[in-house]
Write a protein that binds this ligand. Structure first.
Ligand SMILES: [Zn+2]
Length: 144
């Protein structure tokens, strides 16, 4: 049985320590954003936790302004799909909570994002990816 599947607490333990870990195939080394029963590349069922990248690009996002469920009553909140910078691989897409600021019209598909950690109401720390900006000549900011 896969270690990634039997030890999901390892993800949260690493986050508590300020580390971002992802499951990787023990057969071919392919990194994934979530555990799988069997690698679709080499068919191995062996998985391990490895250090994940701390940067990526914003692939897409959505911002919710209405309370749709009591458990998610702090609005607005934003969820992004981040294409992680995994060397030698493409399309490692990680669903990430994101800061609700800045406004949607300041974000852009392809924008650089960096890993941060935020506290959750239950005391855990969770990885989030936040947009990166640079200061423009006119004093404003622009995405990278
Ligand atoms: Zn594999």
């Amino acid at each position: 049985m896969s270690a990634a599947l039997t030890q999901p607490a390892a993800f949260w333990k690493a986050a508590r320590e300020g580390r971002f870990v992802l499951p990787a195939c023990g057969g071919c080394g392919r990194v994934r954003a979530f555990p799988v029963v069997r690698c679709h590349v080499c068919r191995s069922t062996d998985q391990n936790w490895v250090e994940g990248p701390r940067e990526g690009r914003l692939y897409s996002w959505t911002t919710t302004w209405r309370v749709l469920h009591p458990r998610f009553s702090a609005v607005p909140f934003r969820v992004g799909l981040v294409e992680l910078d995994v060397e030698g691989q493409d399309a490692v897409l990680f669903v990430s909570a994101m800061p609700a600021e800045p406004a949607d019209d300041e974000l852009a598909v392809g924008q650089r994002v960096v890993l941060e950690f935020t506290g959750l109401p239950d005391g855990r720390r969770a990885p989030v990816f936040a947009p990166v900006f640079v200061m423009a000549a006119d004093g404003g900011r622009t995405c990278t």
